[in-house]
Design a protein around this ligand. Structure first.
Ligand SMILES: NC(=O)c1ccc[n+]([C@@H]2O[C@H](COP(=O)([O-])OP(=O)(O)OC[C@H]3O[C@@H](n4cnc5c(N)ncnc54)[C@H](OP(=O)(O)O)[C@@H]3O)[C@@H](O)[C@H]2O)c1
Length: 264
């Protein structure tokens, strides 16, 4: 079994790193290509994988072809490889906004297609990927791809109609959380804490709070109540956040992101 990456950027590297680290496939089973030789050389040096000088060469050799280029380059990449893709191959696209029917249309023939929306925490093994497939993909193939995705985080099956919502709540959401961490750290700096330490406190608190939601299964409101002692410090902060419309602002932001994704 050979998996071939077309595009060796951030997301492809996160995927290759996870697959190798979990031992799901060996470096001799992974090939890749990119726009420039330099990117190919760096990926070969880093992961010990083989690279090829064209998209066609990767598509010919690979059983699973991962389309890991920016969405605007997908059309030209599919044109490069369409003659090498037959019903023995499985195509996995991670391009944001490109639907299964759009991709199938570009191939101009029935193709086994899986669509994935990952996010950047995949780079540290904590990604959150949404995945869906067309009718031609077998259960075995689908489960194998999910196993690959789980090598760098969590993977959840969703109907394709929810992919734009996924963009709002996980594809783009690391950016909102970075803003939140930065703002908390800025306030800590204003309170006298050195900046590096402020980022560590803010980020570790976000990590710990997220783990509490996932591991206790408790409602986030209940976990919030556990921190808010009567007449304490936390409830004062919560009151300010409510006065400033924190939750409504977050909901509006996520909704704007979903709307934008739907309009693309
Ligand atoms: N980053 C995110 O947060 C995120 C989240 C969800 C989904 N995605 C999706 O993941 C995909 C990849 O994103 P990324 O962040 O990994 O992008 P990236 O870091 O910019 O990497 C893109 C790669 O594509 C290669 N490439 C460009 N044109 C090509 C062509 N014609 N043939 C072959 N390779 C080509 C580039 O080669 P060179 O390096 O040689 O230029 C580069 O290695 C995108 O479709 C994006 O929508 C990204």
């Amino acid at each position: 079994m050979t998996i071939g990456f077309i595009g060796l950027g951030n997301m492809a590297k996160a995927m290759i790193g996870g697959i190798l680290q979990k031992g799901l496939m060996g470096p001799n089973e992974i090939i890749g290509t990119a726009r420039t030789e330099e990117t190919c050389r760096k990926a070969a040096d880093k992961f010990g994988i083989q690279t090829r000088s064209s998209n066609e060469a990767v598509a010919k050799e690979a059983d699973i072809i991962v389309l890991a280029v920016k969405p605007q380059f997908l059309k030209v990449v599919i044109a490069d490889i369409m003659d090498c893709v037959d019903d023995s191959k499985l195509v996995v696209s991670i391009a944001a906004g490109k639907t299964i029917s759009w991709i199938a249309n570009e191939f101009e023939k029935p193709v086994k297609l899986i669509r994935v929306m990952p996010n950047t925490p995949a780079l540290v093994g904590e990604g959150c990927s949404a995945v869906c497939r067309n009718d031609l993909v077998s259960d075995d193939d689908f489960h194998f791809v999910i196993e690959l995705l789980e090598s760098f985080g969590k993977a959840y099956t969703v109907p394709e109609s929810l992919m734009d919502v996924v963009v709002g709540v996980s594809g783009s959401s690391p950016a909102y959380v970075f803003l939140f961490i930065e703002a908390m750290a800025d306030a800590a700096v204003a309170g006298g804490m050195p900046r590096k330490q402020a980022y560590e406190f803010a980020a570790q608190s976000v990590l710990g709070a997220a783990k509490m939601v996932l591991e206790t299964g408790k409602h986030p409101g209940e976990l919030k109540d556990m921190v808010c002692s009567p007449a304490g410090t936390t409830i004062e902060a919560v009151k300010v956040l409510e006065e400033k419309g924190f939750r409504a602002a977050v909901m509006d932001a996520v909704t704007a992101c979903i709307d934008k994704s739907r309009s693309l």
